[in-house]
Design a protein around this ligand. Structure first.
Ligand code: TRP
Ligand code: SF4
Length: 278
């Protein structure tokens, strides 16, 4: 039994990429661990401080998807970051223990400052984002932090901050460790990374009609141009969904049918729909 802490920014309703990349893992972990899952609305402010109107609705939509997917408030603690004042107090204290150089070296910070040109990110809140995240974890003496690989530098920083704090102020905090989510690569309907902002996402609450339309429009093996061309599921953007959601029998039927041109992509998509619906 470990103490587990993780958080998501309130982005509104979630898509199946979020589910397989994070949420499913949280749902599994809640059964055998002490879990804290938080909506990090203070973190949302780092980019949305000028217009906060969407944050409450996005929070509700996201938590509704957490619950619908199987996060169970009887098994884990679900809460709003800004609802626990001690979080901000610890953030303040940890700030004293965080050398500026550590934050300057943070690869996410450097990358986002380069890539995001349309917003001014030169503010203290954005710079100190990883300290805020560290406070989330250390407040609950989190030992394991389920996250994607992109978050590993942040967790490394959290470890360093915990270590420095412990050395100076006494052994208080465990050094948290990233628990890497085995995240299958889920592409969007157009083959790019699934993202709401690309308009290629399949959301968890997708209505049946929309779902059908989206699946119909999905790109498949680019070399399978005609119905009579054999395809290769490994080159196909749709097949990973069969692997995650369909029965072994269906998967075998697809591999067999696809590679021999026995089935067309339209058939394959029809077979995927009930799996996705379920
Ligand atoms: N920074 C994380 C992200 O963007 C979200 C986050 C905030 C988090 N606090 C956390 C993740 C604490 C794990 C633990 O995805
Ligand atoms: Fe992809 Fe299925 Fe078409 Fe094969 S038959 S290319 S697996 S959609």
């Amino acid at each position: 039994m470990k103490t587990i802490v993780s958080g998501m920014r309130p982005t509104g309703s979630l898509h199946i990429g979020h589910y397989f990349g994070a949420l499913k893992n949280w749902i599994d972990l809640q059964h055998h661990n002490q879990c804290y899952f938080t909506v990090v609305d203070w973190h949302a402010l780092t980019s949305e401080f000028e217009d906060t109107r969407n944050i409450p609705a996005h929070t509700r939509e996201m938590v509704a998807d957490w619950l619908a997917s199987g996060l169970d408030p009887n098994l884990c603690t679900i809460f709003l970051q800004s609802g626990v004042d001690a979080q901000s107090v610890l953030y303040l204290i940890l700030g004293m223990f965080t050398p500026i150089g550590w934050l300057e070296r943070n690869p996410t910070y450097k990358e986002q400052k380069e890539q995001i040109q349309h917003r001014d990110l030169s503010n203290l809140g954005f710079f100190a984002y990883p300290v805020l995240q560290t406070a989330d974890i250390l407040l609950y003496k989190g030992e394991k932090v389920p996250v994607g690989v992109d978050q590993v530098p942040h967790i490394e920083l959290s470890r360093e901050i915990a270590r420095r704090f412990n050395r100076i102020a006494g052994e208080i905090f465990p050094e948290p460790e990233a628990l890497l989510t085995p995240s299958p690569k889920i592409s969007g309907t157009d083959g790019r990374k699934m993202s709401k902002s690309y308009g290629n996402a399949i959301s968890l609450g997708e209505p049946s009609q929309e779902l059908e339309k989206k699946v119909k429009a999905m790109v498949t093996d680019p070399n399978r141009i005609r119905r009579s061309d054999p395809g290769d599921p490994k080159q196909c953007n749709l097949f990973p969904l069969h692997e995650l959601l369909s029965s072994k029998e269906t998967q075998e039927e697809v591999i067999q049918g696809c590679t021999t041109a026995g089935i067309g992509c339209v058939d394959c998509k029809k077979m995927l729909l009930p799996s996705l619906e379920a």
